[in-house]
Each structure stands twice: as structure tokens, then as C-alpha cells.
Ligand binder design. Structure first.
Ligand code: HEM
Length: 312
């Protein structure tokens, strides 16, 4: 299979930086932007060379419309913009974005250095829509205090969950990326007892042990996102991070999958738009303020975009 971009499969690093950009006048600036995007793997090597143990990596994703500009006539079979969801006072907005840079390493300073250099190369062709600096919180907990990542696919399970393979051979090694920035209402969350919080998540708080089937309500987060189809559980590879300040904080949710249908189905069950009409009670304590789908081409396809842009 074509080599994926190197940040998708490794287990999460302690520091992340997420940059979502809009491209001005894509028809004019598209080729120049594609050229910079294609140079990112080389830039990562340069910046990362100052401390290889920091394991600096970056994944580049393209929004659906911008992909058509940089790769006219050749698009991944399921690439489309994320459709906003509204249901009984709950909302998952679609805010879009043309480019995603998902930077991870063991050092915030190197993440920042890479982000600044990339942004400077793009100059006036882009504007920053969202920039989120994520940090590992305690022993990999979300700011709700629950361990996040317990049931993330591990080892050899990760590539089949995250990467396109034979179902779309032209784009094998690529991945669909779903992002949402959530702002938590931690005051509201802290107002309910730990036993209630555990019913909202479906796991015990200290050790992430799953509640028994009897104790776990169908509205628990994990009851909503565990979906079986044809005897198999639908899988995504999550790289989410807590972020924020004392004034506003939450989770930057990001998941890689071989099809955008998978996170969308999970989200629909969370928001209360699936057949059973139930919603994820975690959504009563947090609000999504952004949402977008991107395509992260294989490493080779990313490098090719730079070459193709010379022909424009
Ligand atoms: C505020 C946003 C969210 C928070 C705080 C959150 C937190 C958590 C926590 C604490 C767990 C349990 C531990 C684990 O297995 O990782 C979990 C599991 C999971 N979450 Fe979320 N999550 C959020 C949003 C989402 C979204 C938007 C999706 C999908 C679109 C999702 C998909 C999953 C999946 C697939 C699991 C694993 C379930 C299992 O196999 O047991 N989460 N999440």
C-alpha cells in the first residue's frame, strides 16, 4: 500500500498543534498553496532535525472544495464537506476549511516553529480560521477527568481503521480526517456527582473500566459511539487533545478513518438524529463550535501535488 503521511498511525505524542486555514481566491492561489503543502514533509525533517527524540510529525489535509482545485478531476470516492447537524437544541456546526495542518511531537516549541514557518511560506494566500494548541492532560485524560483513548485501535489495528485501501485504489494510503472543536461547560460538569459522570461516559473515572451492561445507560457516550455492522465494530483512529485557557477550554476532536461515513454515523447517534432518537448525554456538557472533513493524501500523493501545481 502507498505510504500514509507519517503522523496518522503512531500513538499520540504529548503535544499537538492544529491549524485550519482558508485559502484566498483558490483558483488563483491554489497551485502556490499546493506547492507549500507538498514541501511540508521536507520542512518537518528540517525543523525536527534539531531534536529527533521530539518525533516531530505533521499531517496535511485538504477540504473537499479545495481538493478539486489542487487535483482537478481526481477525487477520493467519499470526499464531501461535513454537513451540519441540528437536533432539539443541540448543534454540530460545519465550519469547513481548505487546509488542515495536524502537528504532533513531544515539544510545543517545535510544533510552534513548524507552524510559524509553514504559515510564513503561505503568506497572504491564506487566513487562519482556527489554531489550537493541545496538551496531554494528566494520564491522557480529557478535561472532564476521564481517560480518553482507552479503546482507540492499537498496533496493527490502526492502519486498517485509518487508511483507504482496495475500496478506492487510486487513493490508497490516504485517510479521511474529521475534526470538531468542543468547548466544555466544566462548571456544569463539576456540578454532578462522579457516579453520574460515569453514567454519562459509560466508564469508571479512576481507571476507565467499562460499566456493566446493566449500569451503562444507552445514552452513555460509549453506548452511542460503539456501532456494529455485519458483526464488526466500526473503527476510527482518534488523535484528540485537550486545549484551552482558564476562561475557555475543551477538546479538539480529530479522527482518521477509511470512510467519512464512520465518524458521521457516530456523531449522528451522539446528536440524537439516529433511528432510536436518543442522544449522548455528554453533549449536555459540551458544545461543538467547529466541524470539518478533510482528506489527507498518501505521502507520495502529497508530494505529487507540488509537481502537478507546476503544470497549472
Ligand atoms: C467532547 C467531545 C468528546 C469527548 C470529551 C470524548 C471522550 C471520550 C472518552 C472519555 C471515551 C472513553 C475512553 C476511550 O475509549 O477513549 C471516548 C471513547 C470514544 N469516543 Fe469520544 N469523546 C468526544 C467526542 C467523540 C466524537 C465526536 C466521536 C465520534 C465522532 C467519538 C468517538 C469515540 C469512540 C469511537 C470511542 C471508543 C468507544 C469504545 O470502543 O469503547 N468521541 N470518548
Amino acid at each position: 500500500m502507498a505510504q500514509p503521511q507519517p503522523g496518522i498511525i503512531p500513538a499520540p505524542s504529548p503535544c499537538a498543534l492544529f491549524l485550519i486555514l482558508r485559502v484566498h481566491e483558490p483558483a488563483v492561489n491554489g497551485p502556490a498553496v499546493a506547492k507549500v503543502a507538498a514541501q511540508v514533509p521536507t520542512l518537518v525533517k528540517k525543523v525536527g532535525a534539531s531534536d529527533r527524540r521530539a518525533k516531530l510529525l505533521c499531517t496535511v489535509g485538504f477540504g473537499s472544495e479545495f481538493w478539486d482545485v489542487v487535483s482537478p478531476g481526481r477525487r477520493p470516492a467519499s470526499l464531501r464537506p461535513f454537513k451540519a447537524i441540528e437536533a432539539s437544541g443541540r448543534s454540530a456546526p460545519s465550519t469547513g476549511g481548505d487546509l488542515l495542518f495536524h502537528i504532533i511531537s513531544r515539544r510545543h516549541d517545535l510544533n510552534f516553529e513548524l507552524a510559524v514557518r509553514t504559515r510564513n511560506l503561505l503568506g497572504g494566500t491564506v487566513e487562519v480560521m482556527d489554531e489550537v494548541h493541545g496538551f496531554r492532560y494528566l494520564d491522557s485524560r480529557d478535561l472532564t477527568g476521564f481517560i480518553d483513548g482507552t479503546e482507540n485501535p492499537k498496533g496493527s489495528e490502526r492502519a486498517p481503521a485509518a487508511l483507504i485501501s482496495d475500496e478506492d485504489p487510486d487513493f490508497a494510503g490516504g485517510s479521511y480526517v474529521f475534526t470538531q472543536r468542543y468547548v466544555h461547560n466544566l462548571k456544569h460538569w463539576a456540578s454532578i456527582p462522579q457516579k453520574e459522570q460515569e453514567k454519562v461516559i459509560g466508564r469508571r473515572k479512576p481507571d476507565s473500566k467499562e460499566l456493566s451492561d446493566r449500569a451503562k445507560p444507552p445514552t452513555a457516550h460509549i453506548s452511542r459511539v460503539v456501532i456494529e455492522e455485519n458483526g464488526e465494530e466500526l473503527q476510527i483512529v482518534r488523535h484528540s487533545f485537550p486545549y484551552g485557557t482558564v476562561s475557555e477550554s475543551g477538546l479538539f476532536f480529530i479522527a482518521y478513518s477509511k470512510s467519512p461515513d464512520i465518524p458521521e454515523k457516530m456523531l449522528s447517534r451522539m446528536m440524537g438524529t439516529s433511528d432510536d432518537g436518543l442522544h449522548d448525554h455528554l453533549m449536555d456538557y459540551t458544545q461543538a463550535v467547529s466541524g470539518a472533513t478533510f482528506f489527507a493524501p498518501s505521502l507520495n500523493a502529497l508530494k505529487m501535488l507540488g509537481k502537478m501545481s507546476r503544470a497549472f
